[in-house]
Design a protein around this ligand. Sequence first.
Ligand code: GLA
Length: 374
Amino acid sequence: MKLLIDKSMLKKNRFFALNTLLFLFAACSTTKSNLSDTNKGLKNYYQDYFPIGVAVAPKDVSGQQDSFILKHFASLTPENAMKMGYIHPKEKEYNWHDADEIVEFAVKNNLKVRGHALCWHEQNPSWLFKSETGGQVSKEELLKRLRNHIYTVVNRYKGKVYAWDVVNEAIDDDSTKFLRNSLWYQICGEDFISKAFEYAHEADPEAKLFYNDYNTERPEKRERVFKLLKKLVDAGVPINGVGLQAHWSIYEPSQKELKTTIEQFSSLGLNIQITELDMSIYPWEKERRQKRVGEIDTLTPELEQMQIDQYSKVFKIFRQYRKNITGVTFWNLSDRSTWLDNYPVPGRKNYPLLFDQEFKPKKAYWEVIDFKKK
Ligand code: GLA
């Protein structure tokens, strides 16, 4: 009996010693392995800052990526499903299926939803700008169509979509011009912008309404966006915030450019959201072109390091400006497939996100969740 007790004590001691060793080992191991042992996702590290979101397609929420999404993200944006050409293909026909699927998934799992986008110069249905006789629609008729569209879509997702990109990309690419010469502009003048906000506010007075654009950190574009925002705010248009699309690259924006943009736009009393974040490994380009002979498309260690540094810097700024920033959304889930794989160079692979082609956190991810990093 005595011997038995001794043996069991010995076993217990060994067990205790082993556990102590394991504990010490875990405590001394690197940040990365500590963090990777937990069930925490990106959204958890930022829960005291702002919701972290991601743009998705219906297939992302109805298959193998469900648990990945739920682990890392607190908010969803339908990447394409709510764009006018998709959701409103004919004047009297709406295509709710895909948007409904994404919104239902979000509601079921307690995620926020950003609606994208109510009024844009691209991806519009062909009927939108045509009159019944085949010519160009009148201003009065186009605004009526815009109102019907906004009332119907916003009303359907009332209480489920908390924020809308109301007007997307109204500023011209040419730095010497102000508003883009889109069909919206040609037919309605600037009025379509304030009207879109008014209709959205009438349809859902609770929703947060955003103007959304790209290259908002480049000084010349920032000034023109600021001019538009100021006009809207001064005129009492119901706008709550501005979306910085943040289709950035390892080369821009600089920290100073980003801070100036946040400060300048916030000075108008507007919230800031980062709405379409990705970090291309190539310089920014817009015009479609063929891949050049010898143009490499691999994530070399040098490019990866630049991306790590750039992600680390911008997230540090986001944290500093947490009072102004009310959301940060990534544009796509992982490097397995992103819109930048083909844009603007068909067949050129890009690696712009925090998760690799196997959905594993990249080195940049560990920097982004390491708040002690300078
Ligand atoms: C713009 C739009 C988005 C999307 C991207 C490319 O940023 O706002 O909806 O089309 O281009 O995916």
